[in-house]
Design a protein around this ligand. Structure first.
Ligand SMILES: *[C@@H]1O[C@H](CO)[C@@H](O)[C@H](O)[C@H]1NC(C)=O
Ligand SMILES: *[C@@H]1O[C@H](CO)[C@@H](O)[C@H](O)[C@H]1NC(C)=O
Length: 597
């Protein structure tokens, strides 16, 4: 196993995650199997209880782990399926060490940061890096470890020390370090001082950079590369300039052009002719070809597609990062430039007209000119009436619409209120004494504990037989009878109201049919309008499984419908849809028990 650590200096938020995942992608194009681990030096045990406005989106994995959004980056770039153990937080490591101490595993010795905590970190990395992450089910060859924060922080000190020891544990040939740094441009001049200081800090802690990835607004000058090489004590070929590019999909090629692959082949002693089988090599080449095609097609694209996102945390756009990525993937497939307009849902409510008239009118202007509307997930009451208004607008004006999780629930509430005449229809989540709850608390979930009490992870959805005749979403999923998506919710559509809702017909938009349900048929997971260009709601979060080369079907449907390409894309999907999950994670319970000896 080869380990490549990606650490950061100067400041955080300069694209360490993208550089790490691009490095992984490049190694994948050689035919290697790549996995990744993200180290988060904060004390939270999991990201699930952190507010989205604080930390960006919560990413959910197949196994139900709620993790940092950076793991999403790896899954998207590397087309892998990670597990909850692939992210390490300080809290998690401390908990492990303290539990061991309580059990008496340390035999009464004094338990210390060095060696007990640092050993626990190294053991964790070694154990997790061996877990299979793709459809081959085999042990990965390379593990990319991203160290969050910046080197020199108090928080990351135990991890830096653990990695320093780790290079000796696994051997020099199996360990390399990329340090991501910043070269600011001041008065037109590229400044190298911050990077010099960052590298000095790094060396002072016992880590030697094999490669310096210098982030800069403009391409690095040769003189600057030479200067960095001299003052940071590395060869000029070990300094890579990573300037701002039009899209992050260009970063892998940018790194490749500067000889990253060749460098690691030598540095890590990779013998590709011996270690990589012919089919894997073939796959790697195919991946490289498709990725290049993707980026060059993106450069050529001029037509635009406008999508309006009606959400709640629009002030922090990171909280919808996967949704935005999924829309981007879909637009790439449709060869359109994505133009995303953000609408804060509470700005659509009547109250806003008097409180914030400018925002109110702007929000409505965006909505009225929308070619496609998306309402993503969220929690809590604020702004939901605005989402209901947006769903109504989309339904009545026949504008392509996609509602995710909460967005799905509000679309159902809207239909119940305005078509079925259930004027008091609402959600228990939003209104404690709702008279006519269309959305209810899931019976098996505890009301009192907030952390870890949700329906989480990869779940199957079974389509109804009759949906085969007409459903657009089903045909986008390649007409598969069963699909798998990740869930994260506490509330669900009230099963008692389903018959009433399904049996009411609207003269404009038709009926709202719950065509996708869980394996027992009691939980509503996909709904679609019968007489509408594209109106789909899903309880799951399909954005979490979207890939640049394999866009998520409901997003593809929305973007294609907005661009007038829906029929074409449905045709294409029926031939080439591939689920993004390995077969081993898609096993129905009934099948699992019948397989047992
Ligand atoms: C970015 O896009 C613009 C216009 O689409 C193009 O002219 C330019 O060359 C692109 N830059 C890079 C670095 O690809
Ligand atoms: C991505 O992974 C899935 C499941 O592991 C696999 O079926 C699919 O072929 C992969 N796609 C690419 C482009 O490698």
């Amino acid at each position: 196993m080869k380990y490549i650590v990606v650490s950061g200096g100067v400041i955080s938020g300069i694209g360490k995650g993208v550089i790490a995942s691009s490095t992984g992608l490049l190694l994948k194009t050689l035919g290697l199997r790549v996995t990744s681990i993200k180290i988060d030096p904060y004390m939270n045990i999991d990201a699930g209880t952190m507010a989205p406005t604080e930390h960006g989106e919560v990413f959910v994995l197949n196994d139900g782990g709620e993790v940092d959004l950076d793991l999403g980056n790896y899954e998207r770039y590397l087309n892998v399926t990670l597990s909850r153990d692939n992210n390490i937080t300080t809290g998690k490591i401390y908990r492990e060490v303290i539990e061991k101490e309580r059990r008496g595993d340390y035999l009464g010795k004094t338990v210390q940061i060095v060696p007990h905590l640092t050993n626990a970190i190294q053991d964790w990395i070694e154990r997790v890096s061996l877990l299979p992450v793709d459809e081959t089910g085999e042990t990965p060859d390379v593990c990319i470890i991203e160290l969050g924060g910046t080197v020199g922080d108090i928080e990351s000190a135990p991890f830096v020390e653990a990695l320093r020891q780790f290079q000796f544990r696994v051997g020099q040939d199996n360990f390399a370090l990329i340090h991501v740094s910043l070269v600011p441009v001041i008065g037109g001049e590229q400044k190298t001082k911050p990077t010099q200081a960052a590298i000095r800090d790094l060396r002072g802690l016992g880590l030697v950079p094999d490669m310096i990835a210098a982030r800069c607004a403009t391409p690095l000058d040769h003189a600057v590369i030479n200067k960095l090489s001299m003052f940071c004590h590395v060869g000029p070929n070990q300094v890579l300039g990573v300037h701002d590019v039009n899209s992050t999909y260009h970063v892998p090629l940018l790194l490749e052009q500067q000889g990253m692959v060749k460098f690691f082949e030598r540095r890590l002693n990779l013998d590709l002719s011996r270690d990589v089988s012919a089919p894997m090599k073939e796959k790697g080449l195919e991946l490289r070809r498709r990725w290049k095609e993707l980026t060059s097609a993106q450069e050529r694209t001029v037509d635009r597609v406008e999508i309006v996102l009606v959400g709640k945390y629009t002030s922090l756009q990171d909280s919808y990062i996967s949704v935005v990525k999924a829309l981007e993937h879909a637009s790439l497939r449709c060869q359109r430039k994505l133009v995303l307009k953000w609408v804060e849902s509470s700005d659509l409510e009547p109250q806003a007209e008097t409180d914030r008239p400018v925002e109110y009118h702007q929000a409505w202007q965006h909505l009225c000119s929308a070619k496609g509307i998306i309402v993503p997930g969220g929690f809590g009451k604020r702004g939901t009436e605005g989402m209901i208004t947006a769903a109504r607008w989309a339904r009545e004006k026949k504008i392509p619409f996609f509602g995710i999780c909460l967005g799905f629930q509000v679309a159902v509430v809207e239909f119940a209120r305005n078509v079925c005449g259930m004027f008091d229809a609402g959600s228990e989540e939003l209104d404690d004494d709702c008279k006519d709850p269309v959305v209810v608390y899931m019976p098996e979930i505890s009301r009192t504990h907030l952390g870890g009490t949700m329906r989480l992870g990869l779940r199957p959805t079974l389509f109804s037989d009759e949906s085969k005749e007409w459903s657009k979403i089903r045909s986008l999923y390649g007409n598969e009878p069963t699909i798998w998506e990740r869930h994260r919710h506490r509330y669900e559509i009230n099963p008692e109201k389903v018959t009433t809702i399904e049996n009411t017909r609207d003269s404009v938009s038709g009926s709202l049919k719950f065509i996708g349900r869980n394996e027992k048929g009691e939980r509503m997971q996909v709904a679609e309008l019968t007489d509408h260009p594209y109106f789909v709601g899903m309880q799951a979060h399909p954005e979490l499984a979207s890939r640049p080369l394999n866009p998520s079907p409901p997003f593809l449907g929305l973007v294609a419908a907005a661009a007038g390409l829906l029929d074409e894309q449905m045709e294409l999907q029926s031939k080439q849809y591939t689920p993004p999950h390995p077969k081993s994670s898609m096993i129905l319970e009934s099948e699992a028990s019948s397989k047992e000896p």
